[in-house]
Design a protein around this ligand. Structure first.
Ligand code: CU
Length: 412
């Protein structure tokens, strides 16, 4: 049995579905160009208060969501349910080579291989360009919107973001985008954004991840003006936005260690300490929410979160942590969504970037190794020009294409 169950029917407010009949794979608007998804407001997320945070966007009357863009209904794939490359093969118009076991030969003559999900900054420039190019194509051909609308649709059902269903649903959801990216370019895999790499900067928003060559910059109004989603108009007909200055806590390495520590003891008040899986999972869920809040704009608001490609990079990281946790889980820990024999052969995660005194190379020109305050070396993202570099021990390595003049990164 696959870990990822078939999706349940989302509530199709003023929408009718077609395709595979599961109600969410393909959504056809009743009116081609303007749909109001009305009804119950989406669940209040991250303790937001309607109307109190100017960066909570796109909700009209605190609950109604306006879907302005026309959906092309050109996404009907079931391929995300595949757990083997041979299952994926027909979706890539490949043929199974019978002389060698189960190898899928693509029309290009190359073999279809597992997607290797690397940290975004561990991609080579060529790999990152391929990812961005494939992403832009999906934005142009309407598939990105179709996939985004699936999340919009389920966002109106609390159960997808509350409780155990959250994990396996989002695992499958990431595969939807990844497989479509790979149909455009089979060399591509979904990268993950390890936000702990940004956390140790003096100002985390100085990370190169928010520069033109990566996820892009936003202007003073929060509109994303560079990167693969520059001036991207999403489902609601508005341009993609993030906080003009990203703000708030990110995930700390110590938190990840704490979450992955099998011997972590949860000590409820007036009770004996005990290992508690559901508590651990809830903690990871809460941590994941802080990143949505940090980026703000579309990503902060549940119905619009997937408008931002950063959603997929962030969730890919959360999925990695969950996967590590799942592999290391306490066998006596019973969480209904975890199935012992679950193996997905279509993708795997490359290790998170690490370094040590013996090997201070993080494996990317976009990362550097720093002992930080703890004395334990860890990889940190490089800082974009103009960013703050004070207080970093290895500050001579911290600035991308420049140097630290003591306080600020200046270009060479
Ligand atoms: Cu979600």
């Amino acid at each position: 049995m696959p870990k990822i169950p078939p999706q349940e029917n989302g509530r199709n407010m003023n929408m009718e579905s077609k395709g595979d009949g599961n109600g969410v794979d393909s959504i056809t608007p009743n009116e081609p160009n303007h749909i109001i998804l009305s009804g119950k407001p989406p669940k209040e997320w991250f303790n937001k208060k309607c109307g109190q945070d100017p960066m909570l966007l796109n909700e009209d009357d605190c609950g109604n969501f306006t879907l302005v863009k026309k959906l092309l209904s050109n996404y009907t794939s079931e391929s995300w349910k595949c757990q083997t490359l041979s299952c994926l093969c027909p979706y890539f118009h490949g043929t199974i080579d019978t002389s060698e076991t189960k190898i899928c030969i693509l029309p290009s003559g190359k073999a279809l291989t597992k997607a290797i999900r690397k940290e975004y900054r561990m991609l080579t420039d060529e790999e990152r360009k391929k990812f961005h190019d494939a992403l832009k194509k999906l934005m142009k051909n309407g598939i990105y919107d179709e996939i985004s609308a699936i999340h919009l649709n389920i966002s109106r059902d609390d159960s997808y973001h509350n409780g155990n269903k959250f994990w396996n649903w989002h695992t499958g959801y990431l595969k939807r985008l990844e497989i479509e990216l790979r149909k455009i370019d089979p060399d591509v895999a979904l990268p993950y954004w390890d936000s702990t790499l940004d956390e140790n900067l003096p100002v985390s928003s100085d990370s190169i991840i928010w520069t033109d060559d990566f996820m892009g910059r936003s202007d003073e109004n929060g509109i994303v003006i560079s990167g693969p989603a520059a001036y991207w108009t999403s489902l609601n007909g508005q341009m993609l936005r993030r906080r003009p200055v990203l703000w708030g806590p990110l995930v700390q390495e110590g938190t990840i260690k704490y979450l992955l520590d099998e011997t972590q003891l949860y000590k409820p008040r007036n009770a004996n300490p005990k290992f508690n899986c559901s508590y651990q999972i809830k903690e990871l869920y809460e941590q994941h929410g802080t990143i949505h809040h940090y980026v703000g704009g579309d990503l902060q608001d549940l119905p619009t979160a997937t408008n931002d490609p950063a959603f997929f990079l962030h969730h890919c990281f959360v999925d990695l942590i969950f996967e590590l946790w799942r592999q290391q889980k306490d066998p006596s820990c019973h969480v209904s969504i975890i199935i012992d024999d679950y193996i997905d052969e279509t993708f795997e995660y490359a290790p998170r970037p690490t370094c040590s005194y013996e090997n201070p190379d993080c494996g990317s020109k976009y990362l550097f190794c720093d002992p930080s305050d703890t004395g334990i070396p860890s990889c940190i993202t490089k800082i974009s020009p103009g960013g703050l570099c004070s207080g970093i021990r290895n500050s001579h390595q911290a600035c991308l294409d420049g140097y630290c003049n003591g306080v600020i990164c200046v270009s060479n």
